[in-house]
Design a binder for this molecule. Structure first.
Ligand SMILES: O=C(O)/C=C/c1cccc(O)c1O
Ligand code: FE2
Length: 330
């Protein structure tokens, strides 16, 4: 099966609290390269792994992961709202394939998604309805978290199931890398906040605007150095990217929940979406990372990365967006 991968961080602060122009230009170039990579590959199906930020999944029941056969975006932080162009038939086939391979996958027949899913679709494809997609939620913010080995197992099972589809499949992982935005935490939350995290009452427009402004202000404080949030951790982020680049995905099975949180921050678990995507690609055979970009961007509260990868055979056939190979690290 022709396959490809893009990993891309997201941040709702993009365009709202931007870094210096040279950093912005470097991100733009990496994203432009990723778009060219996608255009060269010409996928006819996207499997998109992404987290949620208490817009679609709540503690009334919080699965570790969940595949959607239909999905609607809420339009948080000014992102696009409305239905995603979900390929329901492919979604059901992938769900069956993952379940048949022993992964206890939850399925949603109408998933609510937020900027975690929407931003990569807008940035890479120009909209949420431009390409057939199978959205797969991977919990990256709501503790407790299960072992990372189960995320790798999910990605592997989905990758094997996708290989039976006879489609050109692009796997995308959205999120991370290290970052610690002010996403609420259930443990110790005041009763009113806890109730919201459990029940998921839809916020009024005023409540949503207040919550989003709080995140923008947190980004400004973070960039100004006055904050109690865990700092972005470039050394950990490079370790994560090195692991993917080296094809050493089994290593992630030894990554403990505690270690990931301590090194990667409260939302460092969004890196799980990347792990699932790389495991899916690896299930189709050996792969090569074909481009790699990383910058710590406190203005966006993100260790921000963009990476592309192809099965080694496809790369040898010349299907790569970067003929010169892996660009050097910044
Ligand atoms: O508050 C939210 O919903 C999310 C904030 C955020 C900030 C920075 C990076 C991310 O990945 C986020 O989800
Ligand atoms: Fe996020």
């Amino acid at each position: 099966m022709p396959a490809a991968l893009v990993g891309i961080s997201h941040s709702p602060l993009i365009g709202k609290n931007d870094p210096a122009p040279d950093v912005l230009a470097a991100v733009d170039e990496a994203v432009t390269d990723a778009r060219a990579f996608i255009a060269a590959f010409a996928p006819d199906l996207v499997v998109l792994y992404a987290p949620d930020h208490y817009n679609g999944f709540f503690y009334r029941e919080m699965p570790p992961f969940c595949l959607a056969t239909e999905a609607n975006a809420v339009g948080d932080f000014g992102s696009a709202a409305g239905p995603l162009s979900v390929d329901g038939e492919a979604a059901r086939t992938l769900a069956d394939g993952a379940l048949a391979r022993g992964v206890d996958l939850t399925v949603s027949a109408r998933m609510t998604v937020d900027h975690g899913f929407v931003q990569p679709l807008q940035v890479l494809f120009g909209g949420i309805d431009q390409v057939p997609v199978v959205p797969i939620f991977v919990n990256g913010v709501a503790a407790p978290f299960g072992p990372v080995s189960r995320i790798r197992a999910l990605g592997t099972a989905i990758g094997l199931a996708a290989a039976d589809l006879d489609r050109r499949v692009l796997f995308i992982g959205s999120g991370g890398l290290s970052h610690d935005p002010p996403v609420p935490i259930l443990a110790g939350a005041p009763p009113r906040v806890a109730d919201g995290l459990i029940e998921g009452h839809p916020p009024t427009p005023e409540q949503r605007a207040r919550g989003e402004e709080r995140v923008v202000q947190a980004g400004r404080a973070y960039a100004g150095g006055s904050t109690s949030m865990i700092a972005i951790n470039p050394a950990w982020d490079e370790l994560v990217l090195d692991t993917f680049a080296g094809g050493r995905l089994e290593d992630v099975d030894a990554w403990t929940v505690e270690w990931m949180g301590a090194e990667g921050g409260g939302s460092g678990h969004e890196t799980r979406a990347w792990i699932a995507a790389f495991a899916s690609l690896a299930a189709t055979g050996a792969y090569s990372m074909t481009s790699r970009f990383y910058r710590p961007i406190p203005e966006w509260i993100a260790g921000f990365a963009v990476a592309t990868a192809l099965p080694s055979g496809q790369r040898d056939e010349g299907l790569t967006a970067r003929p010169g190979g892996l660009p050097s690290k910044p």
